[in-house]
Design a protein around this ligand. Structure first.
Ligand SMILES: NC(=O)c1ccc[n+]([C@@H]2O[C@H](COP(=O)([O-])OP(=O)(O)OC[C@H]3O[C@@H](n4cnc5c(N)ncnc54)[C@H](OP(=O)(O)O)[C@@H]3O)[C@@H](O)[C@H]2O)c1
Length: 207
């Protein structure tokens, strides 16, 4: 599949690399695409463009930018009609202080409202970058919550997630991003705020 990764930082570069390894065609969208720090992505055979250019002619857009700029970035992408948008962001500031725990609305829904003609699926926001790099823990795979309204779009995300080693599960409609963003917050608390290691993930046990 053709995927544009918007925001080639820790999340975007890690997932983009994994998608390339799984045989997908990836372009990256960055604020200053000419920067040397993206040479490693170019060495993978990927083009690095502006975000607006990167989304041309792709089927899937992975949004992996800081929440502070997410609305601005999405607003410049031309509405993305008919495209599948995977929202990996969390509505959290860099210092973890400006989180609105009382909000009854999710970041995923906010993004979807900005691009009503796109299919927005919330995914990859509940796992850390170490797990994105390798979701396999012994004989278990990291679980991946996938929330969204369009079943076909969700199935595509399940496939992409499985392609790179995750155990994806259906977390419900996009409104369930309210829950999965809280799950991400729980992960951040135990990895970073109350703990000091991030090489772990949640698994889903089934009988
Ligand atoms: N880190 C995690 O473990 C983790 C896990 C799950 C979800 N998330 C979420 O994923 C998102 C990205 O996190 P991260 O840790 O990858 O952050 P990061 O390392 O700071 O990367 C953010 C990326 O977004 C780019 N960017 C900034 N403004 C942009 C713009 N206007 N257009 C295009 N790209 C732009 C940055 O480019 P420059 O470097 O050039 O500014 C950078 O490549 C956040 O919403 C975060 O909450 C993070």
């Amino acid at each position: 599949m053709k995927i544009a990764v918007i925001g080639p930082g820790k999340v975007g570069a890690t997932l983009g690399r994994r998608f390339v390894e799984a045989g997908h065609e990836v372009t990256f969208g960055a604020p200053r695409p000419e920067q040397e720090k993206y040479d490693a992505l170019r060495d993978l055979g990927c083009a690095v463009y502006s975000a607006e250019e990167a989304v041309e002619e792709v089927e899937i857009v992975l949004l992996a930018v800081p929440w502070a700029v997410a609305a601005d970035v999405v607003g410049k992408l031309g509405g993305l009609p008919g495209r599948l948008i995977i929202d990996a962001t969390n509505p959290i500031g860099e210092d973890f202080l400006d989180v609105d725990h009382a909000s009854q609305h999710s970041g995923g829904e906010t993004i979807a409202e900005l691009i009503p003609k796109a299919q927005v699926i919330k995914a990859f926001n509940t796992v850390g970058v170490e797990t994105m790099a390798n979701p396999v823990y012994g004989d278990q795979r990291a679980a991946l919550a996938v929330a969204g309204g369009d079943q076909a779009a969700k199935e595509t995300v399940f496939k992409l997630a499985r392609d790179i080693g995750f155990d994806p599960y259906d977390a419900g409609p996009l409104a369930a991003a309210r829950t999965t963003e809280r799950l991400a917050w729980h992960w951040i608390e135990i990895s970073t705020i109350y703990g000091d290691r991030s090489d772990f993930a949640f698994a889903l046990l089934r009988r």
